[in-house]
Design a protein. Structure first.
Length: 259
């Protein structure tokens, strides 16, 4: 009798499937070539000549050729199976078309709400080196926001909430007036990943490079890593977030280039 044939009287707990087992299998690739077709002032992404559609069954088309080509490249680079996790631009545009376009005011309001508890406003109390590093990195963006947009936010040492001036919140809302749905979706991604509407706006308006914005957004994480060492799981998660962050920035850059 083998080990597997023996009975333990039912004392062994049932084996619980891991996350991988519970995850739905990725769909198989069903096309050979991804390409872009221009028509009616927009650029549609096609797979073997058929238009890609969003989860909401709308045509995936964007106003900038470079953006469409970058999305097509995501599809072209898929292997035997299609992995949405490796297609941040596609997911971003799907979201903009299916959700943000009809809820622009709500999405803009969410960005303003992030500004109400902006990362740059909550400072460490100790150690002195971290306090200094935060001030050196974040204060120039707070000054820029005040000069550029009339946004004057209150700082707080520690994590207790602080109420921000309504006039500053209104100024951020005005900065988002008239923005198209796709740019707004990209700004929302930048804001939620960084925890800072000001970092997102500074990146959008050219005050920061994407590298500077990422360093600023992850300053506290970098500090913790320097003190306690690296963690493989945390670094994998950070890499995923950075890919999303950089994709949103690319989207904004492509949209600006057509203007």
């Amino acid at each position: 009798m083998t080990r597997d044939d023996k009975s333990d009287g039912g004392n062994t707990p049932p084996k619980i499937p891991g996350k991988e087992a519970l995850r739905a299998p990725l769909p198989k690739r069903f096309y050979e070539r991804a390409a872009v077709e221009a028509r009616d002032g927009a650029y549609a992404v096609q797979l073997d000549g058929r238009n890609v559609r969003t989860p909401g069954k709308r045509e995936l088309a964007v106003p900038a050729r470079e953006l469409a080509e970058a999305i097509a490249a995501e599809w072209q680079h898929q292997g035997e199976r299609i992995d949405p996790a490796t297609m941040p631009l596609t997911r971003l545009v799907n979201s903009a078309i299916d959700a943000v376009d009809e809820r622009k005011s709500e999405v803009a309001g969410d960005i303003v709400a992030f500004a109400g508890s902006d990362l740059l406003c909550y400072r460490a109390e100790t150690p002195a080196a971290l306090v200094r590093r935060q001030a050196e990195a974040w204060n120039p963006i707070l000054s820029w926001a005040k000069d550029e947009m009339g946004v004057d936010l209150v700082l707080r040492a520690g994590l207790m909430p602080v109420a921000q001036p309504p006039a500053s919140m209104d100024a951020i809302r005005r900065a988002l007036d008239g923005i198209d749905a796709l740019s707004l979706a990209a700004l929302h991604v930048l804001t939620t990943i960084s925890g800072s509407a000001l970092i997102a706006l500074a990146l959008w308006r050219g005050r920061l490079s994407v590298e500077e914005a990422w360093e600023m957004a992850t300053l506290d994480e970098t500090w913790q890593r320097e003190q306690w060492g690296r963690d493989a799981e945390a670094e994998a998660y950070a890499a995923q977030r950075r890919a999303e962050f950089e994709a949103a920035n690319r989207c904004l850059r492509f949209l600006r280039s057509r203007q």
